[in-house]
Design a protein around this ligand. Structure first.
Ligand SMILES: *Cc1c(COP(=O)(O)O)cnc(C)c1O
Length: 398
């Protein structure tokens, strides 16, 4: 685990500011973005998934650095445009977008979409004639992912070939193939499977005289939570090796990487205070003033276990197993954990806690006022714009 930025460290240890609150360092997100671009040797165009964290300043910074944006709705299209993202760098990957949503995209110059059904291809052909379409293939292996995206999304290999043909017949342009191996994917080998499958589909599509120009590798790259994960470089090596093996020159498609979590997760922390430590017959409960509802930690219900530390207590002090809870009186407001949390024996009400890597999927999933607790305030730190401007530009691919 690399050290957090000095700015985040200052928040983590600042005892004057009232809790709970979240601090998010855009500079850290930019560094994570740069690290991904470098790990993939500039061979993958990064298309940040806006839903992970849609702050205007963050989007503007990423766009200025050359990132494309992945969006799902008119609201996110507007956020992307407000961040000065050129419409041709905005891709709408919502396979259930309806005619009204597609018309909004079209009217704003967004013409790259994703489909995994006949109905969606037909809707696209009707509303957005001439648009580019990715065919999304199902990734039915649940292994390795905290949040598999199986079932609801993606079609079979056979259907993918059929949809590519249908798209071409309907006047759409086949952009390529896409998939998502599941969020917080611990196992890089899942991409090998997906790439081998894409190569099989591509060979069949080529038999019909069509080309697969792009492979969208999806999201799924991990953030830093309680279970350790391989570094970004390990994912990149395995993915690029698989692409080279299954798509030998001169048939290499352009690569698109669609990270959400991996760009923003580690750039945010949530500062909390202990409200109570209660011993019950079934164990000890530590009640925090930030929880699933007011701090938007809903990912915990999807298998994400946040790291929680108590900076007032030195490392190595005696601890005991505890159950961590948020401030509401709802039973779901509990940090479910496969590996039980431990807290210092001396932990007491008023002590500060830091919930790490809360940069992804939290800022827009706080519930507004459940049980009377307002969403935690978000403090954003943007790097000086001249610093961002001095960084070299990412080469843009077609
Ligand atoms: C949510 C989403 C992503 C981002 O996933 P992460 O696991 O956060 O990287 C990428 N692509 C699509 C289509 C998504 O829906």
């Amino acid at each position: 685990m690399k050290a957090p930025s000095p700015w985040l460290t200052r928040f983590a240890t600042d005892r004057r500011r009232p809790t709970p609150f979240t601090a998010f360092d855009i500079g850290e997100a930019l560094a994570a973005y740069e690290r991904l671009v470098a790990a993939f040797e500039g061979r993958a165009r990064v298309q940040y998934a806006v839903k992970a964290r849609p702050d205007q300043a963050l989007l503007t910074t990423l766009v200025r650095r050359g990132s494309a944006l992945d969006v799902a709705s008119p609201g996110e299209i507007q956020q992307a445009l407000d961040a000065r993202c050129p419409p041709e760098d905005i891709a709408c990957s919502n396979v259930f977008a309806d005619a009204r949503e597609l018309a909004f995209a079209r009217d704003n110059g967004v013409m790259v979409f994703t489909a995994d059904s006949t109905a969606m291809v037909e809707r696209l052909a009707a509303v957005c004639p001439g648009a580019s379409v990715f065919v999304r293939v199902a990734h039915e292996h649940t292994a390795g992912a905290a949040q598999p995206l199986t079932g609801r999304f993606g079609c079979s290999e056979n259907e993918a070939v059929q949809l590519a043909l249908l798209a071409a017949r309907s006047g759409l342009r086949l952009a390529g193939l896409s998939w998502h191996v599941g969020s917080q994917q611990h196992d890089p080998a899942q991409w090998e499977r997906a790439i081998a499958r894409a190569a099989r589909i591509t060979r069949r599509i080529r038999c019909h005289g069509m080309t697969v120009e792009h492979l969208n590798l999806g999201g799924g790259l991990p953030g830093t939570y309680r279970t350790s994960v391989p570094p970004a470089e390990a994912y990149a090596r395995i993915i690029l090796t698989a692409v080279d093996r299954h798509f030998p020159h001169p048939h290499q498609p352009h690569l698109v990487l669609e990270p959400g979590r991996a760009v923003v997760a580690d750039a945010g922390i949530t500062i909390t205070s202990v409200k109570a430590v209660v011993d019950r017959p079934c164990g000890t409960y530590v009640v925090l003033d930030a929880g699933l509802y007011n701090a938007g930690l809903l990912d915990n219900l999807g298998g994400i276990e946040y790291r929680v530390t108590f900076p007032g207590h030195p490392e190595g002090v005696a601890t005991r197993p505890v159950t961590l809870c948020g401030p509401t009186c709802d039973s779901l407001d509990t940090f479910t954990a496969d590996n039980v949390y431990h807290a210092p024996l001396a932990l007491a009400p008023g002590d500060r806690g830091v919930i790490w890597s809360t940069g992804a999927y939290c800022s827009t999933s706080t519930l507004v006022g459940f049980n009377g607790y307002p969403p935690v305030p978000q403090h954003l730190h943007a790097p000086r714009s001249d610093v961002a401007d001095r960084l070299p530009e990412q080469p843009k691919k077609s």
